[in-house]
Design a protein around this ligand. Sequence first.
Ligand code: HPA
Length: 258
Amino acid sequence: MTNPVGIIGGTGLTRLPGLEITGRETIDTPWGSPSSELVYGELSGRKVVFLARHGDPHRIPPHQVNYRANLWALQKAGVQVLVGVNAVGGIHPAMGPAHIVIPDQLIDYTWGRPSTFFEGALDEVTHIDFTFPYARRVRQVLIDSAEQAGVDHSSRGVYGATQGPRLETAAEIVRLERDGCHLVGMTGMPEAGLAAELQMDYGCLALVVNRAAGKSDHIISMEEIEQAIEEGMSGAMDILARSVEPLSDLTRPGAQSG
Ligand code: HPA
């Protein structure tokens, strides 16, 4: 017996190509409504639950996503292992448009977002360990799949999570770079932290859709972003399709978490 693999689709992935849909469910949670209904189906012969982070149609901006409801709903659907797909800007020179990154670390610059389940009427104060924000074994599956698929990728990187919805200034990107960030996005947090609070094994598959502000000879346009999504999403999908089977195997009784 295995549990379904969760996939949270971001910008450019409102629907999951190749998913053989078997059902849909609107779930209510103590934290409110998730961004979209849960879509159940099979990908590569394994059970998957898909959620569109920005809603379907794409209409919820990064700072208004109900991350708590999304994670709660996925866990209620039996998800223990999940991948968040994120469109990002590349800060590191090697991370140009259509490049894939499987980050190993993050820095959280977001503010004012409900970012924990551990608040309100608590019996005790809880601080989870978050030294390694992305699950090692989920990252390894994504890296192996990227290698098998022959997709241009970086197997580590520091994700800087910014508030949005505006893009950054050039000076803000210089600061993020100085801090050690290699990529920048608006949706990596609090998603990863909430998954950790629920003890889910979470990995991030980041698709670079533009060079970050000040890192190219032009300002960032939506056309450029859309073109990179068009160019890079098929590689991301190839990685996901190859990852579902080994990820679902991680949920077998006796498979260690981490
Ligand atoms: N900055 C922040 N978030 C993003 C970017 C960016 O340049 N591109 C896509 N998401």
